[in-house]
Each structure stands twice: as C-alpha cells, then as structure tokens.
Design a protein around this ligand. Structure first.
Ligand SMILES: [Zn+2]
Length: 109
C-alpha cells in the first residue's frame, strides 16, 4: 500500500539520505523482520541475488537499494540474501552489480 505521504516523497529518493533518515529506515527494517511476510521470505529460502536455496539461518535481510544510497525499508526494497551475496554486494545497487558482473572487474563509485 502506498500512502499519500510516500507518493509525495516520490522522486526525492535519489537525494543523499540524512543520518536521521538512515536511522529511521534501519528501525523500520527491524520492524519488518518481525512480520509474517519476512518469515515467509526466509521460509522460501531463496537468495534474491544468486537464486540458490539456503537454510534460513544463512539468509539475511538485504536492501536492494542500500540505505546509504537512499533506499527504504519497504517490502519492495528488501530481499533475502545469502552471506556470500550480501558480503559481495556491500553498497552497490542491483543495477550496479549487474554492470560489475558483466565487466567482470571491480568498479568503485
Ligand atoms: Zn546469494
């Protein structure tokens, strides 16, 4: 569900997030982890990035657009990621990861 407030904020997401908003999104991520929706994601056991199946203890919540890049803790922006993918990803966005893999080299932004 999209609230009126979220709709109004659309288009502002590219701006660098303030430390307060990152803190707020981290708080929201913690709340999201406590939902049935998230438990279902873990129960499926599939890593969003490599598509392999893992034990839920080996999966963690990952922001598709990192919080440090203005991403939000919404169902559309969080995914279950295995440890190798999570470690490899760091602060890259999904699009940047595809680019990185295609070029098969390290890119610094
Ligand atoms: Zn993975």
């Amino acid at each position: 569900m999209v609230t009126k407030k979220q709709r109004r904020n659309k288009g502002k997401e590219a701006a660098a997030p303030s430390p307060e908003s990152v803190k707020r999104e981290k708080e929201k991520a913690r709340e999201l982890k406590d939902t049935d929706w998230w438990r279902n994601q873990l129960a499926r056991g599939e890593c969003y990035y490599c598509g392999q199946t893992f034990d839920k203890k080996d999966l963690s919540m990952d922001h598709i657009v990192p919080l440090s890049r203005g991403g939000k803790s919404t169902k559309g922006n969080v995914a279950a990621a295995c440890k190798p993918c999570n470690n490899d990803k760091k602060y890259y966005t999904a699009a940047e990861l595809i680019l990185k893999n295609q070029m098969n080299s390290k890119i610094d932004f």
